[in-house]
Design a protein around this ligand. Structure first.
Ligand code: SF4
Length: 493
């Protein structure tokens, strides 16, 4: 193991480094001394881009604001100081302060009529999260120590009730949660926290076992490194038991699912144990057939792909609203005749109206709509119904007529290779391995969203957009055909 001796160095810290330390001292140490070991998850880039876009809008809402953006830290400190002392009337963005070697940059600092100051940290979430409080406490501590008379300190997060009423008009997108009065205890811990963080950085790599803290408040980028020497657990860990069942056994010292007896478990968990131990899938075909026999004809096997941008892109939409840009539909008539229909909009325009019209024209009145985890499809249909009154009765009727294949799978099928999950991507390989998603360019919902954002970007090359559209169509069609294959296998046909 690399040992790094750093006793004589006094480490500069920042708000994000202190947040990392609060999550795990080892994380801060690795980020500082061994950053090459970090492995960013797939969504990191998109989250970063969203954070930047939200920050830009927060600044644009204050045209009289001024940005502190000199290249060096000392110049940023000096510029902040002069803006304050010269009485700049508007907000200061990225106002920079330092105390005891801790650097903070305040997203929006505003002068109050009282002569005091108001600070706001802009977040792309729809609510205050626990770790925001620690972030803000660090900011307040440094600003106070730097001589700022702070009378208000807020998390400026997205107001989820905001509706975009005019293109590009984001007045009202944010709401402030002033937390200053609640932060005193957290602020009081900052000096000792900073001292502990420095002591950690000056020592050797800390020993810290992995645990729940590795995933919260952020998924740690050093998980692969820290997990490299962990002893291999049992092939069938008790944590395969869903709905928290496995964790409860783990807390009682049971690690291996096969150490349990069926009599210890509820019916579903007992089925999982039996199928795992014996290698024989649980299959209640008669029960599955009975449920599905109640579904009417024709049957519309439906799957949406959606995006839920933090910043509403289209008039009439809210932050984080699920916007359907694609659907695949396998329409099955009694007797087995099947046709495929699809909708895809990748040009960046509001896809909802065209999507709603395509649903109405492709799904016959009275059809039973079948989805996997149907609450999602129902909610998308209801959002569309609310948006287009002239189509609402048809779309509402579709939502009412939507049934769910997921509980049929959950109640009537289990193969041990599902490893405790009934997601369609877990079930499908146990039933129809030839429909493997692994061969597709777009393999899951996250890939589909990334593909849509890339294709909808006006700068996207037309050939690339065409390729992305084909990949999206292949993926979504696979989703609905997979449902058909799963249903047929569940029924034993
Ligand atoms: S993976 Fe866990 S133990 Fe390792 S540095 Fe990250 S949070 Fe700490």
């Amino acid at each position: 193991m690399t040992q790094i001796r750093t006793a004589t160095r006094r480490f500069g810290l920042s708000k994000s480094k202190i947040t990392a330390f609060e999550q795990c001292p080892k994380k801060l140490w690795l980020a500082t001394h061994r950053p090459e070991l970090a492995e960013q998850d797939d969504g990191a880039e998109a989250r970063f881009a969203t954070g930047n876009a939200v920050g830009e809008i927060a600044c644009a809402l204050h045209p009289d604001g001024v940005m502190v953006d000199p290249p060096s830290l000392s110049e940023a400190l000096a510029k902040t100081s002069s803006l304050i002392s010269e009485g700049h009337p508007g907000p200061i963005f990225e106002a920079t302060f330092e105390h005891d070697g801790v650097l903070v940059r305040v997203d929006v600092l505003e002068r109050l009529d009282s002569g005091g100051w108001s600070a706001a940290e802009v977040k792309s979430s729809g609510r205050v999260k626990d770790y925001h409080r620690g972030d803000l406490a660090t900011q307040v501590w440094v600003m106070r120590e730097a001589g700022i008379n702070l009378q208000r300190a807020a998390i400026r997060h997205i107001d989820t009730s905001f509706v975009l009423s005019r293109e590009g008009d984001y007045a009202g997108l944010f709401t402030d949660a002033d937390l200053l009065a609640d932060l005193e205890d957290a602020i009081a811990t900052r000096p000792s926290l900073v001292a502990e963080a420095r002591a950690t950085l000056s020592g050797d790599e800390p020993q810290r076992e992995m645990g729940d803290h590795c995933g919260a408040p952020f998924s740690c980028e050093f998980t692969a490194y820290c997990g490299r020497d962990l002893p291999q657990g049992p092939e069938w860990p008790v944590t395969l038991l869903p709905y928290g069942g496995g964790r409860r056994w783990l807390e009682r010292g049971v690690e291996d699912l096969l150490d349990l007896a069926e009599t210890d478990l509820n019916d579903r968990h007992a089925r999982i144990l039996a199928a795992t131990r014996d290698g024989i899938p649980f299959h209640d075909a008669a029960g599955a057939r009975k449920v599905m026999a109640g579904w009417g004809w024709p049957r519309a096997w439906l799957d949406f792909e959606t995006v839920a941008p933090a910043i509403p892109r289209w008039v009439g939409t809210r932050p984080f609203q699920q916007i359907p840009f694609q659907f695949s539909l396998h329409l099955e008539r009694r007797g087995g005749r099947m046709t495929h229909h699809e909708f895809l909009s990748c040009d960046g325009s509001d896809p909802r109206r065209a999507c709603a019209e395509a649903l109405v024209s492709n799904i016959p009145e009275g059809a039973t709509i079948i989805a996997y985890n149907a609450a999602f499809e129902r909610s998308v249909l209801r959002e569309l119904a609310a948006s287009f009154p002239d189509l609402s009765s048809r779309l509402e009727a579709m939502a009412e007529a939507t049934v769910d294949l997921l509980p049929v799978a959950r109640n009537h099928w289990y193969h041990r290779d599902q490893r405790g999950s009934w997601s369609i991507k877990a079930v499908l390989p146990t039933i129809a391995a030839e429909l493997d998603y692994g061969v597709l360019e777009v393999k899951d919902g996250g890939d589909a969203q990334a593909a849509w954002f890339e294709a909808a970007d006006p700068a996207c090359d037309p050939l690339r957009r065409e390729a992305l559209e084909e990949a999206l169509k292949a993926y979504c069609a696979r989703d609905t055909w997979a449902m058909v294959a799963v249903a047929r296998a569940l029924a034993g046909s």
